[in-house]
Design a protein around this ligand. Sequence first.
Ligand code: OOG
Ligand code: MG
Length: 263
Amino acid sequence: MKKTALIEEVATALFEAESTGTEVDKFTTVYSELDAKLAYQISERLIEIKCETGQTRIVGRKLGLTSEAKMKQMNVDEPCYGTLLANMACTENEPISLANLIHPKIEPEIAFIFNRSLEGPHITVPQVLEAASYITPALEIIDSRYRHFSFTLSDVIADNASSSRYIIGDQFFKPTEFNLALMGMVFKKNGKIVSTGTGAAVMGHPARAIAWLANKLSQSGKTIQAGDVVLSGALAGAIDIQPNDHVSVSFDGIGSVSASFCP
Ligand code: OOG
Ligand code: MG
């Protein structure tokens, strides 16, 4: 199949899967030529379709598979990124409906907010910390469009890194004032601790994941832009969510954020 036709076919199928809340089979089993580079082109087309039809816009990026815990859980051994859209943002105050989701999971993250752009390919951790205006706790809801939440690196890249919804805290902190590698984290569901961790779980330092992103984006002529929200990737494994669940993440020194769910 021609590349352009394949991009269109897979992007459309993933868009349909999300719109109708129906899972699909992995595409790499059918298209052996589907490598990471082609997968990023598919995800770009998918985002285009979403922006056109959903009247939404790009508000940032998210890292995926930046911790050992996540790589083991998903059986993929490389990080990836996806794009955050305005209509994925949720707030703490309103229960999030799970009605249109396939098999949602939630995971604890640190969000970075930028007030100036960050252009790869030679971005380092100190440059990330300098360019980021704020950090705040975040929860990401992922919902792979693939059957049994099972995929290869290329499949998950095409599927916008399983992005579904996200919630960020409402208190913002200067990242240079903390040792993010040593920052403790407690992740809870319905009042019970699910996991604990430290920032170092994400590539040794969460800002290293952001540097990886800036450098990766530069390969396709893109940058982290002023105003972008960037999720640096889950510190711990994702957990299933059901209606009436209440989930929270707290970090040492930067507070917490929570999410509740309804049918
Ligand atoms: C892929 C997305 C992973 C993270 O924070 O590691 C991710 C997935 O697990 O479905 O968002
Ligand atoms: Mg995530």
